[in-house]
Design a protein around this ligand. Structure first.
Ligand code: NDP
Length: 487
């Protein structure tokens, strides 16, 4: 198991020698200890990325792409091992790590590998006699801060477009879940990424993360995490006015109309909130039900929730694992009291499971709470297997509820009425809307939010553009420019 920092193509200890224990969320045991990067280590990583930038950015784009394609193949080759690491470290059920995280990670690197030499500039039709062309130039060294909920997949979402566009990278995984990212770094070295192009510095946010966000040698910082930390990143970035991309929290409204296919909606709503124990920024954490179908829906939905198999993430039969950390489990459970204080009804769950085999782990039962739109549990991101039910009567009410939080990331609609679906999809202030499905992601489709959910986009052409600067070049081909000063 890799536990050191990856700087300039080598695994090294932290300069100050600090370490951080990494826990298994299934039973609270220590898996290993990792080196803890601090400011001085981040400085070394940025220096290595700075040295690597000229050659990497001048390398033929197709060659950069070829390395990313080779990496995607390696990820598939070592898929079982990567899935195991991810489940051990994060608590993702192995069926999801193997069936979703690994293939999506490979697909993302492959998509951007293919795109590396498709990123084109343009020629602008300016005045006769001049040629004006616009190049998409890489930014330089980019800093990337990845959270603990999808470490493997988010590593590819962040590094894929940055590297394809010719940037070099310093990436800080969460100190809670660094193991799969360190293994990716090793695979990158194996396929031939030059030293310094990618540097991985696990460490605490307030030291390593903060230094990366404020570092004068970093041209862009891309962050996924909470809205509160996102604000701190913006402040830290101001010293050198670096570019910032933020993928923050969400409070996804998943709206079920009275004409919906209820079987599909019940299953889709369970996937929307309970996949990865609800630890997803796009989770459908507000279940907005038409009053005519709400009771019938909730009966089926509660039965499905109660039947979800909680257990050891490494067991292929497990459908829901533990939350990733004890601290986070406590935070999620604290929202049950918050809900009760505001008069919300707990319809299911609301505590840790009773099974003795799960007692040492960070488990929470699938929890369903019925509340009012203004309640804290309908406004704040809980980030767990905790769904807040709200009822509506008209389309206008549904839209008002959907748009009634400060967030705007994921959203969903279940209806057979096409015109209503398209109308609502354009009316909801959110970066993504899923109609009769939920939580679909694809490397080609832009992903990101509006409002307090952040700005900038991951994946697709948008992500590539976000990792480049437009450079405009003017050439006087044969224009006769009259002299401005007549001497
Ligand atoms: P944070 O936003 O605090 O952490 C996310 C990442 O940012 C971690 O790697 C963290 O490191 C790092 N970080 C923390 N402080 C700084 C800083 N000053 N400068 C730079 N980096 C920093 O989220 P939490 O892990 O505390 O989770 C709290 C809540 O955030 C969750 O309950 C959820 O609501 C939301 N969240 C949203 C995510 C998303 O996908 N959009 C992902 C994760 C969380 P460290 O771990 O050392 O603090």
């Amino acid at each position: 198991m890799l536990t050191k920092l990856f700087i300039d193509g080598r695994f090294v200890d932290a300069l100050a020698g600090g370490t951080i224990d990494v826990y298994n969320p299934h039973d609270g045991s220590v898996i290993t200890s990792i080196a803890a990067a601090e400011s001085a280590d981040v400085d070394l990583a940025v220096a290595a990325a700075t040295r690597a930038f000229p050659a990497w950015s001048r390398m033929a784009a197709a060659e950069r792409g070829r390395l990313l394609l080779k990496l995607a193949d390696k990820i598939e080759q070592y898929g079982d091992e990567l899935a195991h690491l991810e489940s051990l470290d994060t608590g993702h059920p192995i069926r999801d790590s193997r069936g979703l995280d690994v293939p999506r990670t490979a697909a993302c690197f492959r998509y951007f590998g293919g795109m590396a030499d498709k990123l084109q500039g343009s020629v602008i039709p300016v005045e006769t006699g001049f040629l004006n062309y616009v190049q998409r130039a890489p930014i330089g060294v980019v800093g990337q801060i990845v959270p603990w909920n999808f470490p493997l997949m988010f590593t590819s979402w962040k590094m894929g477009p940055a590297l394809a566009a010719g940037n070099t990278v310093v990436l800080k995984p969460s100190e809670l879940t660094p193991l799969s990212t360190l293994r990716i770094a090793e695979l990158m070295a194996e396929v031939g990424f030059p030293p310094g192009v990618v540097n991985i510095v696990p460490g605490y946010g307030h030291t390593a993360g903060q230094r990366l966000a404020e570092h004068p040698g970093v041209g862009k910082i891309a962050f996924t995490g909470s809205t509160a930390t996102g604000r701190r990143i913006v402040e830290a970035s101001q010293g050198n006015l670096k570019r910032v991309q933020l993928e923050l929290g969400g409070k996804g409204a998943n709206i079920v109309f009275d004409d919906a296919d209820l079987d599909a909606a019940v299953n889709g709503a369970a996937w929307a909130i309970f996949h990865n124990q609800g630890q997803a920024c796009i989770a459908g954490s507000r279940l907005v039900l038409h009053e005519r179908v709400a009771d019938a829906f909730l009966e089926r939905f509660s039965a499905l929730a109660a039947s979800i198999r909680l257990g050891d993430p490494l067991d292929p039969e497990t459908e829901m694992g533990p939350l990733t950390s004890a601290q986070h489990r406590d935070r999620v459970l604290s929202y049950v009291a918050v809900a009760q204080e505001q008069g919300a009804r707990i319809l299911a769950g609301g505590k840790a499971p009773d099974a003795a085999t799960l007692a040492q782990g960070y488990y929470v039962q699938p929890t369903i709470v019925e509340a009012k739109p203004e309640d804290r549990v309908a406004q704040e991101e809980v980030f767990g297997p905790f769904v807040t039910v709200l009822r509506f009567g008209t389309d206008e009410e549904a839209l008002a509820i959907a748009n009634g939080t400060a967030y705007g990331l994921g959203s969903g609609l279940w209806t057979r009425d096409l015109s209503r679906a398209h109308k609502l999809a354009s009316g909801i202030h959110a970066g993504m809307c899923w109609i009769n499905c939920y939580k679909r992601v694809n490397p080609g489709s832009p992903f990101g939010g509006v409002g307090q959910s952040g700005y900038g986009r991951e994946m697709g052409f948008e992500a590539m553009h976000d990792y480049t600067e437009a450079r405009s070049v003017w050439v006087n081909v044969d224009a006769k420019v009259p002299p401005h000063f007549k001497r």
